[in-house]
Design a protein around this ligand. Structure first.
Ligand code: GDP
Length: 827
């Protein structure tokens, strides 16, 4: 449908191509037609005298313009072509014959060579067997050396030691395999050495790929050369030693080469043959390393630094040690359905009024006691973001989900999302039908709505508890809490409080006065002041514990959320905290994890195969990106923002958060933003003075927000700016070609009747033949009688000629359309 396509003269087009064009018509009608540019049959067999286009044009306009001279010329051309063809044919035959002779000669030669070689190998084998016998005898006398010292070659061991050496070199073959000379049987270098694993090597794969092709002369020569080397003792390969190569989870290519005592360049080459484009300074993972080690004929010994983690107590608790623990509850639901109000009411504190924009921004946890005395732990999270990102990190802390649905509203997208999250996490759900105090409340509708999402509440004889509540009046809250307690009882939640503590980070931040602070929900054991711990890539010693009321406590048991002070760095939400015995252990584990994470990132960056790179390049080709740096007050907000921002976009535009973090905007953020040409977004944080100066100097934009929606909206608007305007096509008319005639100086002109709409000279036109678009372009002339006109109405006759196109026929239909640019916005 593009202009270039259309403008191409038909006869010169490379071949048949087709596509689909969607057209929109005046009253909202649309239709789609097949666009096919047909390739014309070329009459003269060899291109030369006449271009295909010229022929087409002539063929179509009939004999009218073919004069005698032209006829003669064409006849001559035809004869010349025929003569050339005959000549060609003869030459081909001659060459074929020569080739056949050459092939026969080579075959004979090759057979002779092979015979010769077979004899020689036979002799070698005899020698080898002799050698072996002698060795065995020697061994049986318990005084044999490990390797025969004699220079006499041993075919098989040599084959073992020379398994590498480029994909183009087929591995040498033991003599006794000689007979079955098919490629499939000769993938492995030898059948007696250490490399007996069933793993596929690159050589094998490549050898297999060659299929049943005839062996080339070069291959014969190589083989002969090898046989000669063997006969001479094969000194080079005999020096090669099979090494035990220790490989950790990731290893730098040069280090791997080092450990194998191979050249780094060879290793890189080998990796390239496997489709991995890495330099010797990049890391590869252990699986890849294993392939390489085998490829080079060594043995891999996998080692894991992760052994340092073994000090973390992973013993399963005995049933008799387990004691009941409070349930951990997450409240989820659509925005404005009353999550914060409910949490607030439950906690008897007023968070809603003081909160910017009414969005839950603080992420923490608190405990309440029900009237019946049950203790419940509530996570104070902003909906699903924290729930999902914690789960993504492997921390499943939630035991029960309370799904809030406003009775004056209905089941909304985020309600469904919440249901799906709870189901995916296999966490039981309790439905809180909120805002029942409102006159508009329709409780029954909520219940039936939920049916559609396979949530069948008890009121409808299902097994999901539902409670009618009002976060405003407090109505139904005791019932809700009891329902939760009941659900918890069914779950029989237990944990062993008498063991080193394990917990999950709910929230973490860098506090100006107190240093790194993390809210940890203890899941097992008891966390005590003075405990040494490792948490994610950080470690520390508990300096102080604060409970949800801000009081200092000395310990925290299962399901108790506490703020932990005494960390060496800020962990991330979802990180697991483990108490260990000594500071040295804690530090070692943290350092190991940090390194492992770094290596993993490096390996992930490097371990892209060429295919992946290409796919990525292709995918990226037409996508405009809006990069952004985000800094927020707490981890939870940062993650919620990142998730919201990454959802913005479509196939053409997307937002890419190149960095996000917690705390003030610093100079380094500005530096990063400048380098990537991005703005910096501060959510409830400000830039410090040096950062402000740097931003001013470098012209980096800083934007501050305290409401997530505003932030997301603004970014969305910015991203929309990246969208290319959409080109919409409007159909304006149709004309039928009644006859065609030739006008000197103009070319072929179509005498048309405008059957629908209007024909406009400035508009785009398509030529349709049997409903197939065979040309798209513009008009050269639009004539009404003798005059050039701008527009011709439906029902009138006119003359039209195409720009750069002549193949028009009676009966063809001309479609007239206009294009307009439409600004687009992201949904
Ligand atoms: P969230 O976005 O789900 O956290 O919803 P909020 O807790 O911020 O509540 C949104 C709005 O609904 C606020 O204006 C609340 O005052 C109001 N609201 C919440 N629960 C109730 C309720 O039970 N009854 C009434 N009338 N209003 C409520």
């Amino acid at each position: 449908m593009s202009d270039q396509d259309g403008k191409k003269p038909l006869g010169l087009s490379g071949g048949a191509r087709s596509g689909r064009v969607n057209q929109s018509f005046s009253r909202g009608r649309t239709k789609s037609v097949v666009v096919e540019t047909k390739r014309k049959r070329v009459v003269v067999p060899k291109p030369g005298q006449q271009s295909a286009a010229a022929q087409n044009a002539e063929g179509n306009k009939g004999r009218k313009t073919v004069n005698d001279a032209e006829l003669e010329r064409r006849l001559k051309a035809l004869q010349a072509a025929k003569a050339r063809e005959a000549e060609e044919e003869e030459r081909r035959k001659r060459e074929e014959k020569e080739r056949e002779e050459e092939r026969a000669r080579r075959r004979a030669e090759a057979e002779a060579k092979e015979r010769e070689e077979r004899e020689r190998e036979e002799a070698l084998r005899a020698k080898e067997e002799e050698e072996k016998r002698r060795r065995e005898e020697a061994e049986s006398r318990k005084s044999a050396p490990a390797e025969p010292a004699a220079p006499a070659p041993a075919a098989a061991p040599q084959a073992d030691k020379q398994p590498r050496g480029g994909a183009n070199k087929p591995a040498p073959q033991p003599a006794r395999r000689k007979e079955d000379d098919d490629r499939g049987g000769r993938g492995k270098g030898g059948d007696r050495g250490g490399r007996r694993s069933g793993k596929l090597t690159v050589n094998q794969a490549l050898a297999g790929g060659e299929g049943g092709r005839q062996r080339s002369l070069a291959a014969m020569k190589r083989k002969q050369e090898r046989a000669r080397q063997k006969a001479m003792g094969g000194t080079e390969s005999r020096e090669k030693v099979v090494r035990d190569v220790q490989v950790p989870e990731t290893i730098v290519v040069s280090e791997l080469a080092n450990r194998m005592a191979e050249r780094a360049a060879d290793v890189v080459k080998s990796l390239m043959q496997m489709g991995m484009m890495v330099t010797q300074n990049q890391s590869i993972d252990a699986d890849t390393a294993e392939l390489i080690v085998e490829e080079f004929g060594h043995k891999i010994v996998r080692v894991s630094d992760a052994d340092v983690e073994d000090v973390i107590d992973q013993v399963e608790d005995k049933t008799e040690d387990l004691q009941p623990r409070p349930p951990v509850i997450t409240i989820m639901g659509h925005v404005d359905h009353g999550k914060t109000s409910l949490l607030d009411k439950i906690r008897q504190a007023n968070v809603v009024s003081g909160e910017a924009g009414g969005i839950t921004q603080h992420i923490g946890a608190y405990q309440v006691t029900t009237e019946s005395g049950a203790v419940l732990t509530f996570l104070d999270t902003p909906g699903h973001a924290a729930f999902t990102s914690m789960r993504a990190r492997g921390a499943q802390v939630t035991d029960i989900v309370v799904l809030v649905v406003a009775a004056d509203d209905q089941v909304m997208p985020q309600t469904v999302e919440a249901i799906n999250h709870a189901k995916a996490a296999n966490v039981p759900m309790i439905v809180a039908i909120n805002k029942v105090d409102k006159p508009a409340a329709d409780i029954q509708k909520v219940r039936t709505d939920l049916l559609q999402h396979e949530v069948i509440v008890e009121a409808l004889s299902g097994d999901v508890q539902d409670v009618e509540v009002s976060a405003k009046t407090g109505q139904g809250l005791p019932e809700l809490l009891e329902a939760i307690a009941l659900q918890a009882e069914i779950l029989e939640l237990k944990a062993n409080p008498d063991r080193p503590a394990e917990g999950a980070v709910i929230e973490a931040q860098l506090d100006v006065g107190r240093g790194p602070v993390a809210t940890v929900l203890v899941q097992k054991g008891t966390l005590r002041q003075g405990d040494v711990f490792v948490v994610g890539e950080q470690w520390g010693k508990v300096r102080a514990l604060m409970n949800d009321k801000g009081d200092r406590v000395t310990d925290a048991g299962p399901s108790v959320p506490v703020e932990v002070l005494g960390l060496n760095g800020t962990p991330e939400a979802g990180d697991v905290l483990n108490v260990v015995e000594t500071e040295a252990q804690a530090r070692e584990i943290a350092e190991y994890r940090e390194q492992a994470a770094k290596d993993k990132r490096a390996a992930a960056g490097a371990a892209t195969t060429l295919d992946q790179l290409l796919a990525k390049a292709k995918a990226d080709e037409n996508v405009a990106e809006l990069p952004i740096v985000v800094k927020a007050d707490v981890q939870g907000s940062a993650e919620a923002i990142v998730q919201a921002l990454e959802k913005i976009g479509n196939d053409e535009v997307r937002v890419r958060v190149i960095h996000y973090g917690v705390g003030a905007i610093t100079e380094s953020d500005i530096g990063l933003a400048e380098a990537s040409g991005t703005p910096v977004i501060g959510f409830n944080v400000r830039a410090n003075a040096p950062a402000r100066n740097a931003a001013n100097q470098k012209g980096v934009e800083i934007r501050y927000y305290s409401v997530i929606y505003d932030l997301v909206d603004d970014v969305k608007a910015a991203a929309s700016g990246l969208l290319g305007a959409e080109i919409r096509e409007n159909f304006i008319g149709y004309a039928q070609i009644k006859e065609t005639f030739r006008v000197s100086g103009v070319g072929n002109v179509a005498g048309c009747l405008v059957t629908e709409g209007v024909a406009r000279r400035s508009a785009g036109v398509r030529l349709l033949r049997d409903d197939v678009v065979i040309h798209e372009g513009t008009l050269k002339t639009l004539k009404r009688f003798k005059d050039e006109v701008k527009e011709v109405q439906s029902g009138q006759e006119c003359g039209m000629a195409f720009e750069n196109y002549d193949d028009i026929r009676q009966g063809d239909v001309i479609e007239i359309f206009e294009r307009e640019e439409v600004e687009r916005t992201l949904a």
